[in-house]
Design a protein around this ligand. Structure first.
Ligand SMILES: [Zn+2]
Length: 278
């Protein structure tokens, strides 16, 4: 009898927690979002984000509000002896939040809700892998600058995060795009889009662009998108996201249909932002 009562109390407690948890989280997020951005954020963001000054002021204010939540809610874990500084937290948060700054529901929901931690390595890190084909297991390793391990963890190399300041390669945008892609279970280059018509439009544009890029890479031609985008559809989406923010006008000119799909998905039009002085 006592065990039965104990199980009942535990079950009721868990049910109550699942009902209350989103309410508590929502209230906490809205309170954090009202905090003013610290003065040093501006210096850090200008130093690390080449197009920061181009972002419209109202959008920048909203971005800061989301960053206030992100830096408090997510656990940053320094790896291989790295001590994570506030500057690192803020720069990573800025790029992550930029992807969802206009997303419906944010910050109440749909705001990296499953993500628990960001593991930050000082430099590129080694991942051990094993592959089984026909009963033969091959062991190996890869050196990576970032990895969206699953929806709970994202791994980044701080040295590579800093490359975004002077290059069009952006490991934070790349890995967080993978996270968004994974939200609907499959990491296949198509994030959650809503209607069947939206999926159809996305799929037809992305396949056309993906195959065109693969042909150009095979032919040895110079491409706007990094050739790594041609390795698989998920990489195409992640690399296209990097180009969308770092070279929006070039992407719009060379791949207008792809730019249009990304504009619809991110609800942002970076080609219309002020021209970068960099
Ligand atoms: Zn990738």
């Amino acid at each position: 009898m006592l065990i039965f009562v104990l199980i009942l109390v535990l079950a009721l407690g868990s049910a109550l927690w699942f009902v209350l948890m989103p309410v508590v989280r929502r209230r906490r997020r809205l309170a954090w979002a009202r905090l003013p951005a610290p003065a040093e954020w501006g210096d850090w963001l200008r130093a690390h984000i080449p197009f920061y000054e181009c972002i419209p002021t109202s959008l920048r204010d909203r971005l800061h509000a989301l960053m206030q939540i992100f830096v408090r809610e997510k656990a940053y874990v320094g790896c291989n002896g790295l001590v994570v500084t506030d500057e690192m937290r803020v720069v990573i948060a800025a790029y992550a939040c930029l992807l969802v700054v206009n997303r419906p529901g944010v910050p109440r929901s749909h705001f990296y809700d499953e993500l628990m931690s960001i593991l930050v390595y000082p430099t590129a890190f080694i991942v051990h892998e094993s592959d089984e084909q026909g009963g033969i297991v091959t062991e190996g390793h890869r050196v990576l600058s970032g990895q969206a391990w699953d929806v709970r963890r994202i791994i980044l190399s701080w040295e590579d995060v800093q490359d975004a300041a002077s290059d069009h390669v952006n490991v934070v945008l790349h890995e967080f795009a993978h996270y968004l892609d994974m939200e609907d279970e499959a990491m296949d280059g198509a994030p959650g889009l809503g209607s069947a018509a939206d999926y159809e439009e996305w799929s037809s544009t992305f396949w056309e662009e993906y195959e065109r890029l693969a042909d150009e890479v095979d032919a040895g031609r110079e491409t706007l998108l990094d050739p790594y985008a041609a390795t698989e559809p998920a990489e195409f989406f992640a690399v296209a996201t990097e180009t969308f923010f770092h070279q929006p006008r070039e992407l719009l000119a060379a791949h207008p249909k792809l730019y249009e799909q990304l504009t619809k998905y991110y609800r942002l039009d970076p080609a219309s932002w002020a021209v970068s002085k960099v």
